[in-house]
Design a protein around this ligand. Structure first.
Ligand code: FPP
Length: 241
């Protein structure tokens, strides 16, 4: 099937996206193992993970991707030790503080999927400021999944659909956290694990899946290009023949 190329926002202007993938999502796994292999604290793995996020967001703008969704904190991650949760919150805050100007300047629209309001009040305040500041941007959408679990998202969407009337695939889909995003084309997971871990289960119904052994802190834009090339070579039939 042929997908139409999509316009790119930000300073990249309009450009043909030959691969045709509009929406790419990533399960960024392997920060802990990256650190352990080097006898470093897990927190260092997460720090290097944020650097990989920054590299990728910068590169994605030039690759013709309309939306990038990153799994940063799952509903299950609350089971991690308190100090690791605090490290992740601290990294998220620093990431917003240090990168928001760059997003704003480059037309990136920040979006959160998941119930981020369960986060500490100072983090929620920062997030809401960043959402408001980038809401009018029309370039790449960067969706960060925070306190996100797909089953929770589907249950919330179904409840909202039911409150409005009939429950159908269409009415549920219209209530998902991703409702205003293009359909998911490509789902990537790093670190060699072959599972979806409660991430975008509904949206992945027809997505291409790409798994790599690379640990997240080592993930480079070239790996995304590899995944996009794989995507471009797939024939997607969406259940037809
Ligand atoms: C998986 O590694 C990664 C996470 C649980 C969190 C991902 C978070 C970041 C990359 C940093 C924060 C993100 C942003 C957007 C600021 P793991 O700890 O499960 O690794 P392991 O499986 O090797 O232990």
């Amino acid at each position: 099937m042929t997908r139409t190329a999509s316009p790119l926002g930000g300073d990249a202007g309009l450009r043909e996206a030959g691969h045709g993938a509009r929406h790419v999502a990533i399960i960024m796994d392997g920060n802990g193992r990256w650190a352990t292999k080097r006898f470093l604290p897990r927190a260092v793995g997460h720090q290097r993970g944020v650097e990989a996020v920054r590299r990728l967001v910068r590169a994605a703008r030039g690759m013709g991707i309309e939306a990038l969704t990153l799994y940063a904190f799952s509903t299950e991650n609350w089971r991690r030790p308190e100090d690791e949760i605090a490290d992740l919150m601290g990294l998220l805050k620093r990431f917003i503080l240090s990168d928001l100007d760059e997003f704003a300047a480059n037309g990136i629209r920040l979006k959160i999927i998941g119930d981020y309001k369960a986060f500490p009040a100072d983090v929620v305040e920062l997030i809401e400021g960043a959402l408001a500041r980038t809401a009018g941007n029309s370039g790449t959408t960067l969706a960060v999944a925070l306190n996100y679990g797909s089953q929770d998202e589907i249950a919330r969407a179904a409840a909202r659909a039911a409150a409005k009337g009939a429950i159908t695939p269409e009415t549920i889909e219209a209530e998902l956290d991703t409702a205003d995003m293009p359909p998911l084309d490509l789902l990537i997971r790093t670190s060699g694990e072959i599972r979806l871990s409660n991430f975008l289960l509904w949206q992945a119904a027809y997505a291409e899946l790409w798994f790599t052994d690379v640990l997240w802190p080592d993930f480079e834009p070239a790996h995304l290009e590899q995944a996009l090339a794989h995507f471009a070579g797939r024939e997607r039939r969406f259940g037809g023949r």
